[in-house]
Design a protein around this ligand. Structure first.
Ligand code: GEK
Length: 241
């Protein structure tokens, strides 16, 4: 996993903890931030590689949509030794794509693209990775995106969808949110950092329930889906085209 500077972006009182964006400052600390914020992140990345290995079909594309620095796609790249698939990482943060390109251009087969995943044309693919990205797409655009992914996938192709979840039961929702904050405290984040990050993300990251996701996957034309991993309110689903 990529090493990075320690995330201290929310450690001082901010007069205006404005909306979270994936800018240069965030890119600097991103690998540290995501590891200390998402319980199970390393497991999901490693398993993404194995899932991609199992479902990769020669002469098709493997996409990582909202790839950030490409941890998931690089796990897939390591698991698929031959040149048989085209590996494409797409993100609409220029800072992210520039950093990914700079860090990995020599050692990697990945094609990094700066684009909006709600608008980009997808080529026939066998694996599409959406790890912690759909949650940042406006809710009313999510079905259209999943439908386009479904159309791009070859029969039997795989979508890996990892998300922060909301729970149906408000009591359990609060409990898992509190436990997530306990996890962040155990990772060294202060109460101030947790509170300011939360308000910065509030209107940007919109979680939904696992049932919402599975109903939408069905509406998008996926034949079956399953939650294969969950730690607190963070989960990963697989869906078969
Ligand atoms: C990982 N998958 O390390 N088009 C393209 N990219 C977008 C869009 C969009 N419309 N909206 C948001 N993004 C990664 C982690 S981070 C998750 C993904 C997080 C991008 C955004 O720029 C950011 O890089 C990424 O989605 C979400 O497994 O930080 O919690």
């Amino acid at each position: 996993m990529t090493e990075s500077k320690r995330d201290r972006l929310f450690s001082e009182v901010l007069a205006d903890p404005s909306l979270f964006t994936f800018n240069e400052e965030v890119v600097e600390v991103f690998p540290d931030m995501i590891k200390r914020s998402v319980p199970g992140y390393s497991t999901i990345v490693a398993m993404t590689g194995l899932l991609a290995q199992r479902h990769a079909v020669p002469e098709t594309a493997i996409y990582d949509l909202g790839c950030s620095l490409g941890e998931s796609l690089r796990a897939a790249e390591a698991a698929i030794p031959s040149n048989s698939c085209k590996l494409v990482g797409i993100d609409n943060s220029e800072a992210m794509i520039n950093r990914a390109q700079l860090q990995f251009s020599n050692a990697s087969r990945i094609d990094w693209q700066l684009a909006d995943i709600t608008a980009v044309k997808l080529e026939p693919s066998s694996v599409v990775i959406l790890n912690f990205t759909l949650q940042f797409i406006p809710v009313d655009q999510r079905l259209a995106l999943l439908s386009r992914i479904r159309e791009a996938l070859v029969p039997g192709g795989l979508l890996i969808l990892s998300e922060k979840l909301a729970m149906d039961d408000p009591t359990m929702d609060h409990l898992l949110i509190d436990m997530h904050h306990d996890f962040k405290r155990a990772q060294g984040y202060s109460d101030l950092e947790i509170a300011q990050k939360r308000s910065s993300l509030e209107t940007v990251l919109i979680p939904e329930t696992a049932d919402d996701h599975r109903a939408r996957l069905k509406a998008a034309g996926f034949s079956r889906s399953e939650v294969w991993f969950q730690c607190l309110n963070f989960a990963s689903l697989i869906a078969i085209a």
